[in-house]
Unconditional design. Structure first.
Length: 217
């Protein structure tokens, strides 16, 4: 609650700060997208290598991670657009404030903020901004602020999506996910040793760990 001895916040300075914070979060998401996409290049190579070895299991595991990471990238890119939308709406709100003398309550800003505050990657900053905007009278308290979870939506559509990724990356190396590799794939001259198989498994696990760490950054 505002106290008489407190100096009122200048709307111009308030909006300037909010816009800077929002743009900063947008740059953070942009960096994360680039990092994930760079890691995806390595995952694609590992999928091709697994296909050449006839290692369907590893290829499917990596393809599933690729499907997940693409969903994360799509979610982050949508959030960047929403951040930019709030920046523009803030500028419009400030334009009205110059006439009205104070910032106006905005249902549009509140709606977008309600989406952004659920995004784990920027939740902390968005929660702080939300409190400031509520205090300034721009939005009301957000009720539904449950975090978005990148849960296993993959269960029903996963196999089809993973199969598409395998076809996209390995071309005709596999007929379909889980199938025996086509005859066009050169068979290894000798079976993998246990040490080689262990190394392959470690590579798959390492790729999964890197993608997970980037998605959680």
């Amino acid at each position: 609650m505002w106290a008489p001895w407190q100096k009122p916040v200048d709307p111009k300075e308030q909006v300037r700060k909010w816009k800077a914070d929002l743009r900063g979060e947008g740059r953070k998401l942009e960096r994360q997208v680039r990092h994930i996409q760079a890691e995806e290049v390595k995952v694609k190579k590992s999928i091709k290598d697994a296909a050449k070895r006839g290692d369907t299991a590893s290829a499917k595991v990596l393809a599933k991670e690729l499907v997940r990471s693409r969903k994360v990238v799509n979610r982050l890119q949508i959030s960047r657009v929403q951040l930019n939308s709030v920046v523009m709406q803030m500028q419009e709100n400030y334009g009205q404030a110059k006439v009205m003398g104070h910032l106006q309550k905005s249902a549009d800003i509140m709606r977008v903020m309600n989406n952004l505050i659920k995004l784990p990657e920027i939740a902390q900053t968005m929660q702080a901004l939300q409190r400031e905007m509520v205090k300034a009278g721009v939005i009301e308290d957000l009720v539904d602020a449950a975090m978005d979870q990148d849960d296993d939506e993959l269960e029903d559509e996963a196999e089809e999506e993973v199969e598409k990724v395998l076809v996209e990356i390995t071309s005709d190396m596999f007929q379909k996910a889980g199938a025996v590799p086509l005859q066009t794939v050169a068979k290894p001259e000798a079976a993998h040793t246990e040490a080689e198989e262990a190394a392959d498994s470690e590579e798959v696990l390492a790729m999964q760990a890197r993608l997970e760490s980037l998605k959680a950054a």
